[in-house]
Design a protein around this ligand. Structure first.
Ligand SMILES: Cc1cc2nc3c(=O)[nH]c(=O)nc-3n(C[C@H](O)[C@H](O)[C@H](O)COP(=O)(O)OP(=O)(O)OC[C@H]3O[C@@H](n4cnc5c(N)ncnc54)[C@H](O)[C@@H]3O)c2cc1C
Length: 334
């Protein structure tokens, strides 16, 4: 594939969260496999860590990589992006991948642009899909104009770099029979770094992106108090509380609960939208939920167009009825 198209060697940057590989990495490997199967290229991955071994690198092979570059060095014990960027830039210079895919996580969003600048290439951020055109060129698809249209972007420089949002691609099944090459690399430590780490923020307790059941509230709640009611329903169902953006902007609930274009993308089994109108920016984050129930007093609210079940009415009447009914059934009275 050298010279023609962009999909020859695709490099997926693995992200570690503590000891575990972030699932966005497996999603990117799934998409990477699709690309190289189309172009006849090879899928590579790179993992950086202070305690990563070949077993961890093998995980990346089981999910689709043909070759893994393994950097195991204490220099990666803190999440100082400058260290990662420096070594990823070196790797790109040496190995010359055609495409680099990075998760659009906080870490990836900080890493990608530094490497793109160092390699003097373009980066398309926050992609929601990737395709290969008839010339073997990568088409990067991402929302534009606050999510109202989709932009199809080609990068003319190499490597082509994209960050891809979590939960928009599908990982392949883990295949332990796959084999591949693990190449150990030496990290370079001596470089200019003006960043001084003063500590780490306490990790978020809520992981809304991976929740199976979400009870979400919008401006229709009227006040922060409404989230107490949603919290009761969510905990009865074993789920978590989500939100549209206005309650976050008004300080009723923390940002980590926000679903949508500028929040998290979620794919739960059940999404109950309460007092949410269904703007394109909100739908962007939850339209792929398996089952959507919408509760809204306005029968013409756009949320009903994506809902599997719609309840027209006042959420302050409907949710207490749902809570009462669930409790009655649980106690055998229903
Ligand atoms: C760059 C950008 C990024 C954005 N990112 C996001 C994002 O990530 N997530 C997001 O959600 N939005 C986002 N938005 C905002 C988005 O455009 C909408 O403004 C927002 O989604 C509307 O939220 P809402 O549905 O809660 O409020 P509204 O649109 O005001 O809807 C409230 C609904 O509640 C109903 N209602 C009122 N009272 C009751 C009641 N008692 N019982 C039942 N129903 C009731 C009303 O009929 C109405 O349909 C973004 C906007 C921009 C410009």
């Amino acid at each position: 594939m050298e010279g023609k198209g962009s999909g020859g060697k695709v490099l997926v940057v693995a992200e570690l969260r503590g000891e575990a590989i972030h699932p966005v990495t497996f999603e990117l490997l799934g998409k990477g496999r699709e690309i190289v199967e189309h172009t006849g290229g090879e899928l590579w991955s790179v993992v950086f860590g202070s305690n990563v071994d070949k077993a961890k690198a093998s995980e990346l092979i089981y999910y689709g990589a043909d070759r893994v570059f393994l950097f195991n060095d204490p220099v990666f014990s803190s999440l100082n992006t400058m260290v990662y960027a420096h070594n990823l830039t070196r790797l790109c210079r040496e190995e010359k991948p055609d495409i680099i895919l990075i998760g659009a996580t906080c870490f990836g969003r900080s890493l990608g642009p530094r490497v793109a600048a160092a390699r003097e290439t373009g980066l398309t951020a926050d992609c929601i899909d990737l395709r290969i055109d008839e010339n073997g060129e990568l088409i990067q698809i991402r929302p534009a104009f606050v999510g109202n249209i989709l932009a199809y972007i080609k990068t003319k420089t190499k490597p082509v770099m994209s960050t891809v949002r979590y939960k928009v691609m599908r990982a392949r099944e883990k295949d332990k029979s796959r084999s591949g090459l693990i190449i150990e690399k030496t990290a370079e430590k001596s470089f200019q770094d003006r960043i001084r780490l003063v500590g780490e923020a306490i990790p978020k307790k809520l992981n809304i992106a991976d929740a199976e059941i979400i009870v979400a509230g919008g401006r229709g709640l009227g006040s922060a108090e409404g989230f107490r009611l949603l919290g009761e329903l969510a905990s009865l169902l074993g789920g978590v509380v989500g939100s549209s953006r206005p309650p976050v902007d008004d300080g009723w609930i923390r940002k980590e609960h926000q679903v949508g274009y500028s929040g998290s993308i979620v794919k739960p089994r059940l999404y109950i939208a309460c007092g949410i109108s269904g703007s394109p920016q909100h739908l962007f984050g939850m339209k792929d939920a398996e089952t959507i129930i919408a509760i809204n007093s306005d029968p013409s609210a756009p949320i009903f167009r994506v809902a599997d079940y719609g309840i027209v009415g006042d959420l302050y009447q409907i949710i207490p009825l749902m809570v009462k009914e669930i409790k009655a059934r649980r106690s055998g009275l229903g």
